[in-house]
Design a protein around this ligand. Structure first.
Ligand code: ATP
Ligand code: MG
Length: 415
């Protein structure tokens, strides 16, 4: 990618109407643009991050046997009446068409997936099975001041699992937990598995909470990692000693980046989703659902990985592997480096602008937050034999140390 041609550039001023850190930084750095409150457009840099997060989620869902599909956003009102949620789901967008029909605009997909599952699940042999999608959800959220953490339109990975009984559900639930831990570790988030309320459906559920001031939730947790509960359900108080001797429990604001939820037979019952067991008896299917907010994960990453200069992306989700810049007089040599890096499979954002000061380019590198900065200058070239790209300055976004490497060394290190 050449910065001069990039759709979406850095800006100097923080937009006045953005109060959240994630939206301020992502807007300044050219990743997103606000459409209306709670609705954001993703520019080329932004979609690259979203896609990387989505791909990590996809790999881990595939690894536990999830099958990817894509369900509709415009949904069937009758199905929502069947479950009672046409009236009770408070953030439901209800569209009225020009023909006066009404449609729910999907905030979640139990009402869509269960009627389909009914067509394919009839015997115990069809179970267990799980499906997921990464798809746009719509919710008429009352509070939409947290940037991309809480959208009225947002991407969610939602997985639905179907089981013969509670026991089988529970074993899958544990698999989902370990998949979630892998996802959050891979995207660079420390997400604490937290006990949460089960809502109307069951006694418990689990949330994955990232400690951050911007969080809308609060958790009580053990710094040793063996206990965490959402304060909304927990009678446990801050300061109480951890049972395993890890010191006193702490209370902190946190961002819910994902959750896993037993649905029992709540939706199976509503739609009559049953299977024939080995004895030929009809039994309701036991379900679970498992969500991860893709944009919210991106926002949470920004909320915990930034400094006074800008974003500091973990390499797994950064829009590019390296940010290449040239100082005066070495544009041609740097273009050669750019082409060779690309050939080696490296994702490069190349700041090819002429007549822009080194200081300005460095500031943009820090704001955009790509993990590695590569600089080609007359000075670096002189350190080598003088050939194109012979020596390049390498610097990690996270620290101030610079090193001189040749192109082969750069490519090797990136591999
Ligand atoms: P919250 O309590 O934050 O509203 P929720 O309990 O409504 O979340 P779910 O309906 O279970 O969340 O959705 C699954 C995941 O989708 C959440 O864990 C979160 O990561 C994400 N999510 C939920 N609502 C939003 C939203 N408005 N914008 C962005 N992501 C969201
Ligand atoms: Mg909600």
């Amino acid at each position: 990618m050449r910065y001069s041609k990039l759709f979406g550039k850095t800006i100097k001023k923080i937009p006045k109407d953005e109060v959240s850190k994630n939206a301020q930084l992502l807007t300044k750095a050219g990743f997103i643009r606000k459409e209306i409150a709670g609705v954001y457009n993703y520019l080329p840099l932004g979609i690259r991050v979203l896609n990387k997060i989505a791909e990590i989620v996809r790999e881990e869902m595939n690894a536990i046997g999830g099958q990817e599909l894509l369900l509709s956003s415009l949904q069937n009102k009758e199905s929502w009446e069947k479950t009672g949620r046409w009236k009770s789901f408070d953030a439901l967008f209800k569209l009225t068409s020009i023909l006066d029909s009404q449609y729910p605009l999907g905030p979640t997909h139990e009402e869509v997936i269960v009627p389909i599952a009914k067509q394919f699940i009839s015997s115990y042999k069809d179970l267990p099975i799980s499906v997921y999608q990464i798809q746009t959800k719509f919710r008429d959220e009352k509070r939409a001041k947290s940037g991309i953490l809480r959208g009225r339109e947002f991407l969610m990975k939602d997985l639905y699992s179907f089981h013969r009984d509670e026991k089988d559900f529970e074993s899958f639930y544990e698999k989902a937990k370990s998949a979630y831990k892998k996802v959050f570790a891979r995207v660079g988030l420390e997400a604490i598995e937290t006990q949460a309320g089960g809502g109307a459906f069951s006694k418990f559920s689990h949330e994955y909470q990232v400690i951050a001031e911007a969080g809308e939730d609060e958790i009580i947790y053990c710094p040793g990692g063996d206990f965490s509960a959402n304060v909304a359900i927990s009678p446990v108080k801050e300061g109480k000693q951890c049972d395993l001797g890890h010191g006193s429990l702490k209370r902190a604001k946190a961002i819910e980046v994902g959750n896993i939820f037993p649905l029992k037979t709540r939706f199976s019952d509503a739609f009559g989703l049953t299977y024939k067991n080995k004895e030929g008896k009809d039994v309701p299917v036991v379900m679970g659902c498992y969500g991860i907010g893709i944009n919210r994960v991106m926002g949470a990453i920004v909320e915990v990985h930034y400094d006074d200069k800008g974003i500091v992306w973990p390499s797994s989700v950064a829009p590019c592997n390296v940010h290449l810049i040239h100082l005066e007089g070495v544009a041609n040599a740097t273009f050669e480096v750019y082409k060779k890096l690309q050939k080696a499979g490296v994702e490069v954002l190349y700041d090819d602008r002429e007549n822009v000061s080194a200081g300005e380019k460095f500031a943009d590198v820090d704001l955009i937050g790509i993990p590695i900065r590569l600089v080609v200058s007359q000075k670096t070239l002189r350190q080598g034999s003088g050939q194109a790209g012979d020596k390049i300055e390498w610097k990690n976004r996270k620290d101030s140390k610079t090193e001189l490497l040749n192109l082969d060394q750069v490519i090797k290190r990136l591999a």
